[in-house]
Design a protein around this ligand. Structure first.
Ligand SMILES: *[C@@H]1O[C@H](CO)[C@@H](O)[C@H](O)[C@H]1NC(C)=O
Length: 435
């Protein structure tokens, strides 16, 4: 054997060691494959579930409560397509503007009817911003304007969200059980890094819950894998008289703690100042009819009307915060009441967002064919979009000057925006009281 024999035996030993090692690797590899298969199976199951939601179409995405209130959702834009509310005589009407066909929500026809708008709602000056000393350029997607509006060309309103029913009230009720939490549907969307020019992969989830206390609770959560900016808002156009009932000028608006609003420039971008509302068309600290105020809002004739952000929660000038002092409470606070004296329907809004954009559908002109062929004239709806102050990335606080609450979201942080709409009716025809 000699040297070669020792060598041969050494080779054999190493060979067996290799085979043993390969065996272990093989076992590990099989384990990984098996694990992946199990993972894939559960993913496939989940996919099949969401496919079931998909094939049943958005018709299946309806929340109902004990009183008969219904909220119909669409996967496109995680939108509210219909909202059925009783009037003081128990007669139901659909109180949000919209389209019958889902495709109208994504093909450019819809002026953001009922959608979740983002990644950044409202306008960003000059369609660009700086974050951590990098510059990001966005689409200029508003006719004749240099800014970027509602997330760009294909914002969150136009994409398909995944939908899942979380708490099925209907099945609880079939079993004779009380629906405690409320009927609930969750929608998710993952916005890729670079989508519409924004950095960071953003995972967004919006949950709509309709309770038997006649509340619609909307919770929006988002996380990111890289620093980005965010401002999400619900863009429903309410007409409490019914979506096809004409103008909302007779609606009464109350924002008892909104002592200040954000003045805007010619491009409808906040100047960065806060202005007291006292003695102006913007004073809704006590109840006022929209129609009594709207003609006093400055703006070129064809755009005249409200398209302004208000400071909520009595923050007043203190809403201009110092660096590092974020003001965005965890729980919603009462902020707004909208009431239609004609039908008796009224809606109270509580939110944890620091602002609300009041928009009176100034750009509608009767040319859109809405649900059931309805023509929506100017002022056919009113939007109360709870959100952060618009263009906040350009109005961050500095060491010597207060600024807007930061819209920056970083990895490890969670964006949480909760808004509760509580519906009620007043029983007295022509009542002057709030309830
Ligand atoms: C937008 O562009 C105009 C004109 O160049 C400039 O005056 C203004 O400061 C810019 N605004 C922002 C926020 O960059």
């Amino acid at each position: 054997m000699g040297t070669s024999g020792r060598h041969a035996s050494h080779v054999r030993t190493r060979c067996w060691a290799y085979i043993g090692g390969i065996g272990i690797l093989l076992i590990c590899w099989l384990a990984v494959i098996a694990g992946k298969a199990v993972g894939r199976a559960s993913l496939a199951r989940r996919a099949a579930q969401s496919l079931a939601e998909q094939t049943e179409g958005s018709r299946n995405l309806v929340l109902r409560n004990r009183r008969g209130i219904e909220v119909h959702l669409l996967r496109t834009g995680a939108s509210i397509q219909k909202l059925l509310l009783p009037d003081r005589n128990g007669k139901f009407a659909d109180v949000v503007l919209g389209f019958d066909e889902e495709v109208a929500y994504s093909d450019g026809r819809s002026p953001y009817f009922g959608a979740i708008v983002g990644r950044v709602a409202n306008r960003i000056a000059n369609a660009s911003f700086e974050l951590d000393s990098a510059t990001y350029r966005l689409a200029t997607n508003e006719r004749g304007m240099p800014g970027s509006l509602h997330g760009g060309r294909r914002g969150f309103d136009k994409v398909r969200w995944n939908a899942a029913r979380v708490a099925p009230c209907a099945s609880e009720r079939r079993q004779g059980a009380k629906c405690r939490r409320g009927d609930e549907i969750s929608m998710r969307y993952q916005s890729a890094a670079g989508e519409e020019g924004y950095p960071g992969t953003l995972d967004v989830e919006v949950t709509y819950t309709l309770t038997d206390a006649d509340e619609l609770i909307q919770t929006i959560r988002a996380t990111t894998d890289a620093p980005t900016i965010i401002n999400l808002a619900q863009h429903s156009y309410f007409n409490l008289g019914g979506h096809a009932s004409g103008e909302v000028l007779g609606h009464e608006l109350t924002m008892p703690r909104s002592t200040h609003m954000l003045p805007i420039d010619a491009h409808r971008i906040p100047t960065g100042q806060l202005a007291p509302v006292r003695g102006t068309a913007f004073d809704f600290t006590s109840t006022a009819e929209l129609g009594a105020r709207i003609s006093n809002v400055d703006g070129p004739g064809w755009t005249a009307g409200f398209d302004h952000c208000f400071v909520l929660h009595g923050r007043g000038p203190a809403a201009l915060t110092k660096p590092g002092t974020q003001w965005w409470p965890r729980t919603p606070r009462p902020a707004i009441t909208l009431r239609d004296p004609a039908s008796g329907r009224s809606m109270a809004i509580a939110t944890n967002a620091p602002g609300v954009q009041l928009y009176t559908s100034n750009f509608l002109d009767g040319s859109l064919a809405g649900k059931g062929g309805a023509r929506y004239p100017k002022y056919a709806g009113v939007c109360l979009e709870t959100q952060n102050f618009p263009d906040a990335i350009h109005h961050l606080p500095t060491a010597d000057r207060g600024g807007f609450p930061s819209p920056v979201l970083r990895p490890g942080e969670t964006y949480l925006h909760t808004t509760i709409y509580t519906f009620s009716v007043d029983r007295l025809s022509g009542a002057v009281t709030d309830r």
